[in-house]
Write a protein that binds this ligand. Structure first.
Ligand SMILES: Cc1ncc(COP(=O)(O)O)c(C=O)c1O
Length: 289
């Protein structure tokens, strides 16, 4: 099975791809990334990922002049999928851009240093089995920095939280800060309280997930009342449903949070309807590029 990646201007086998030990992604975690879902060789909500990617680059002040434009980046994704025999079925493309390679110094390198651009692709198996039973999650303090809106490769907050979840036999960690639920370690979190779906508003405390935006659209189309207002920790015992969203998981019901059963311990009606809506959205030509 071919495993071809793109690194700094060329396609090459993964085992031949090399980055410098001076790359600022390696030394400082100085870069951004995107993970895009692909269905039959096309990108689900591709332009939204590119918009977020460029906002992240602007947020980190990484110069975009030497990077491919959006059309060229989309073409690169398509070509990568084709070279990896991923033009049918489901896959993800991982994209990473760092501030490039230069002798170690915290301040930015000279403007002449180009960013490093890396893409790889993998087949994925949709998490349908887990969606049927529902996932387990643990509640943890949100110890991340104050710019969670930037999708940086500096992911230690997520790494430590996700590891705690896995060690607890759970699939995700739900994070809280100042008495409210922010998001998951690698997902956005939604809860249903008194028939209204609630999620943390966009801002610097969460990543604005592409799946979060799609979820809000699907909920509106379902006629489901939604409020972008953070869930309070003290409201958690009253939730009838809790679920998380991400590019690879769609909307995943949480049926147990620490030792607490959510609802009746099975995926609730909002999450189930969302799951069906996602299954249709993934094949909606208007969302595929
Ligand atoms: C912290 C965090 N929140 C939310 C998400 C979900 O984002 P998306 O729906 O774009 O995959 C991710 C995905 O990596 C994430 O890391």
């Amino acid at each position: 099975m071919s495993d071809i990646v793109w690194l700094d201007g060329q396609f090459l086998p993964r085992q031949d791809a090399r980055i410098s030990v001076d790359d600022r992604g390696f030394i400082f975690g100085d870069g951004i990334y995107e993970v895009t879902r692909c269905v039959d060789g096309r990108l689900f909500e591709g332009p939204r990922h590119l918009v977020r990617m460029r906002a992240g680059l602007a947020g980190l002040r990484i110069d975009q002049a030497s990077l491919p434009d959006d059309a060229a980046l989309l073409a690169l994704h398509h070509e990568l999928l084709a070279r990896n025999d991923l033009t049918s079925g489901q896959a993800t493309v991982y994209l990473q851009i760092t501030r490039g390679s230069a002798p170690r110094a915290h301040q930015f390198p000279a403007a002449s240093v180009p960013p490093t651009l890396y893409l790889s692709a993998s087949r994925i198996t949709p998490a349908d089995a887990l969606r049927t039973t529902g996932a387990r999650a643990i509640l943890l303090p949100d110890l991340r920095w104050a710019r969670c809106d930037l999708k940086t490769v500096n992911l230690l907050g997520a790494v430590m939280a996700k590891q705690r979840a896995v060690e607890s036999g759970a699939q995700e960690a739900v994070l809280h800060r100042d008495g409210v639920v922010t998001e998951g370690s690698i997902t956005n979190v939604f809860g249903v309280l008194d028939g209204v779906v609630r999620t943390h508003p966009v801002g610097t405390r969460i990543l604005r997930g592409v799946t979060r935006d799609v979820t809000l659209e699907l909920l509106h189309a379902m006629g489901q009342p939604v409020e972008e207002r953070a869930l309070l920790l003290e409201e958690l015992p009253q939730l009838s449903e809790l679920f998380y969203t991400s590019t690879t998981q769609d909307a995943m019901p949480i049926v147990r949070l620490d030792d607490r059963t959510i609802g009746d311990g099975t995926p609730g009606p909002v999450a189930r309807r969302l799951g069906e809506a996602f299954a249709r959205a993934l094949h909606d030509a208007k969302r595929l590029r």
